[in-house]
Design a protein around this ligand. Structure first.
Ligand SMILES: CC(C)(COP(=O)(O)OP(=O)(O)OC[C@H]1O[C@@H](n2cnc3c(N)ncnc32)[C@H](O)[C@@H]1OP(=O)(O)O)[C@@H](O)C(=O)NCCC(=O)NCCS
Length: 323
């Protein structure tokens, strides 16, 4: 017998303000057609004035708790993946803990940019497997709108804001790939690629800064690395692409998603795609897609789900789990 981290609840939150591609035509030399054809993005949600990353995370966490039928104090830990915490410290996770009215347990942030949710899931899984925590809220929440250079058409049209959350709970498994819960994880980073995707601010500059990206370079790494890490995670679980019910990729660009699915020999009918409605919400994109996939009745108990993501660092990885 082994201890598995099993999904008990899922939820998400999207800010009310929706910005369609065409709105950018007023301020930038761009077009709905360009954005749609190069990225698959049609619209994105942007946080309202004063609406913070922690605010969105709290809404998503409440939805996941409701879905699980649990109260905040029945949770042992909160792990929040974000690169857009509201303050340098304390962590956004502790703000969420307070916002939920949770008076026990512990909370911390994980920062692996767009791969943040995969790294947070890996942390939660390790804590559950080793008995450090029984129930963990794993959240991805971002307000990338606050680190956009709104004059840079190569980046600002690609990102959006939002939050998603999973409630993971310890459960007994037989140790095989039929178990429910997290089955295998594959993580990587390579700090030599800092310059192709970074924010030009922080304590070294005294300013929050703006996202800078060499889009073509990031694209090249993504297409190469995402299918490889998904295959590696499947291998560790003793499974192959043919066993996958749902690929739930990081939602950055439809062309990257399609290329990865193709390299995994998965038809697009088995891929959850939300990038057209959300844009790239960085660490929030996978839990948002999981929540949407479940709400649409597509992801069901027993389904084999593979998630994968890559982001600044570079950092990348994949998680195989049975829902
Ligand atoms: C950013 C991205 C969509 C650009 O698509 P692309 O096909 O690589 O386009 P290019 O970079 O070749 O740019 C082509 C031209 O479009 C222009 N362009 C860039 N953004 C534009 C926009 N919003 N509207 C119109 N033109 C734009 C460029 O300036 C360039 O013009 P030039 O040839 O005169 O220099 C694509 O590279 C991408 O998605 N990269 C990965 C980004 C990503 O996923 N990042 C997050 C990872 S977590």
């Amino acid at each position: 017998m082994v201890t598995r981290a099993i999904v008990r609840g899922v939820g998400h939150y999207l800010p009310a303000r929706v910005v369609e591609n065409a709105e950018f035509e007023a301020t930038l030399e761009t077009s709905d057609e360009w954005i749609r054809s190069r990225s698959g993005i049609e619209r994105r949600h942007l946080a309202g004035e004063g609406e913070t990353t922690a605010d969105m995370a709290i809404r998503a966490a409440r939805a996941a708790l409701d879905d699980a039928g649990l109260a905040p104090d029945e949770v042992d830990a909160i792990i929040l993946a974000t690169s857009t915490a509201d303050l340098t410290f304390p962590s956004a996770a502790t703000m969420v803990q307070a916002g939920l009215g949770m008076t026990r347990g512990f909370a911390f942030d994980v920062q692996a940019v767009c791969a943040g949710f995969v790294f947070a899931l890996a942390n939660a899984n390790a804590m559950i497997a080793t008995g450090m925590a029984r129930r963990v809220l794993v959240i991805g929440a971002e307000s990338f709108s606050r680190i956009m250079d709104w004059t840079d058409r190569g980046t600002c049209v690609l990102f959006g804001d939002g939050a998603g959350a999973l409630l993971l709970e310890a459960g007994a498994g037989a140790g095989g790939s039929d178990d429910r819960g997290v089955l295998a994880i594959d993580l990587h980073s390579d700090g030599r690629h800092k310059d192709i995707l970074y924010v030009d601010g922080g304590t070294s500059t005294g300013m929050t800064g703006h996202l800078r990206m060499q889009g073509k370079e990031v694209f090249r790494h993504a297409v190469e690395k995402l299918a490889d890490t998904a295959h590696a995670a499947l291998d560790k679980a003793g499974l192959s692409g043919a066993d996958v019910d749902w690929l739930v990729p990081h939602q950055a660009n439809l062309r990257i998603i399609k290329a990865t699915a193709q390299r995994m020999q998965l038809p697009m009918e088995r891929v959850i795609v939300t990038v057209q409605d959300h844009g790239n919400t960085s660490a929030a994109s996978i839990p948002l897609a999981l929540s949407v996939g479940k709400a649409e009745g597509r992801i069901r108990p027993g389904d084999l789900v593979v998630t994968e993501a890559i982001g600044g660092g570079l950092a990348w990885g994949a998680v195989v789990l049975r829902w």
